[in-house]
Ligand binder design. Structure first.
Ligand SMILES: Nc1ncnc2c1ncn2[C@@H]1O[C@H](COP(=O)(O)OP(=O)(O)OP(=O)(O)O)[C@@H](O)[C@H]1O
Ligand SMILES: [Mg+2]
Length: 247
């Protein structure tokens, strides 16, 4: 039943009529307040964001300004304290934990600074396992396209310890997008990489965006990395500050 609800929104009449006009992500006055004991930290303070299908959006900002929190809330890993997130038309606050988990599995790909690959599996296994978890089984065509675009075709039988950092991150990206998520959320994916590997990862993200029309939100500290996006947004103190006059 949970699946039905998700697929209804996915194949909704509205999105069929105007597939490119509905944002994949909308946040409205999004707040996230962390409470530990008496201490409260407002990590998000009214974020307004819209991301259209096919966009590659970079988000920059100083440490602690709420970038990771925003990505977690948008991707359904954490709940908002106030405001709304619409992910491909689904209001995350109105879903049960189980429904949110399914939505995440079907519509969101995550990449983090740490690669989180399974050490006992080779690259092929690390990517294919995501297709099995997804439940639709192995899709050889998609596998070939994604691993080809990420330059992994010759590395598929290597285990993580036999791969460079850049290659490991590319495996993690392949795993994240193998099931054709509506959006890829990447939190400092080049944070652990040297300049050369960073560039290759960023180039490939751009290629995934251009050739597979993969929608991407990229979080980074690095202006050169952010420049790979179509649009660069700046966060400060829990808000997106672009276009907001300084006080
Ligand atoms: N689980 C948590 N519990 C309490 N406070 C938290 C938690 N996670 C984040 N915070 C606080 O919320 C604020 C935003 O953190 P967040 O991790 O989103 O920042 P960031 O912009 O991603 O920083 P960085 O660039 O260092 O990764 C910070 O003040 C942080 O200390
Ligand atoms: Mg962070």
């Amino acid at each position: 039943m949970e699946m039905d609800r998700i697929s209804v929104a996915d194949e909704g009449v509205q999105s069929r009529r105007a597939p490119d006009l509905e944002p994949i992500v909308i946040t409205e006055d999004l707040w996230k307040v962390y409470r530990s004991g008496k201490l409260e930290v407002a990590a998000l303070r009214g974020v307004q964001l819209e991301v259209m299908p096919g966009e590659f959006v970079a988000i920059m900002g100083p440490s602690g300004c709420g970038k990771s929190t925003l990505l977690h809330v948008v991707g359904g890993l954490a709940q908002a304290s106030r405001g709304r997130v619409l992910l491909d038309g689904n209001d995350l606050a109105k879903m049960s934990d189980g429904e949110r988990t399914l939505l995440r599995r079907h519509k969101v790909g995550f990449v983090f600074q740490r690669f989180n690959l399974l050490p006992t599996l080779d690259a092929r296994g690390n990517i294919a396992i995501a297709q099995h978890i997804h439940g639709d089984g192995f899709d050889p065509h998609r596998f070939e396209v994604v691993t080809g675009l990420l330059g992994l075709s010759e590395r598929l039988s290597h285990r993580p310890t036999e791969l460079s950092g850049g290659e490991q991150q590319r495996v993690a990206i392949a795993r994240a997008i193998i099931n054709e998520p509506k959006i890829l959320l990447a939190d400092e994916p080049t944070g652990n990489l040297d300049t050369k590997s960073s560039e290759s990862v960023l180039r490939m993200l751009r290629q995934l965006n251009q050739e597979l029309e993969q929608t991407i939100i990229l979080i980074t500290h690095n202006p050169e990395a952010a420049a790979y996006g179509h649009r660069v947004l700046h966060m400060r103190d829990g808000q997106i500050v672009d276009g907001v006059p300084a006080d």
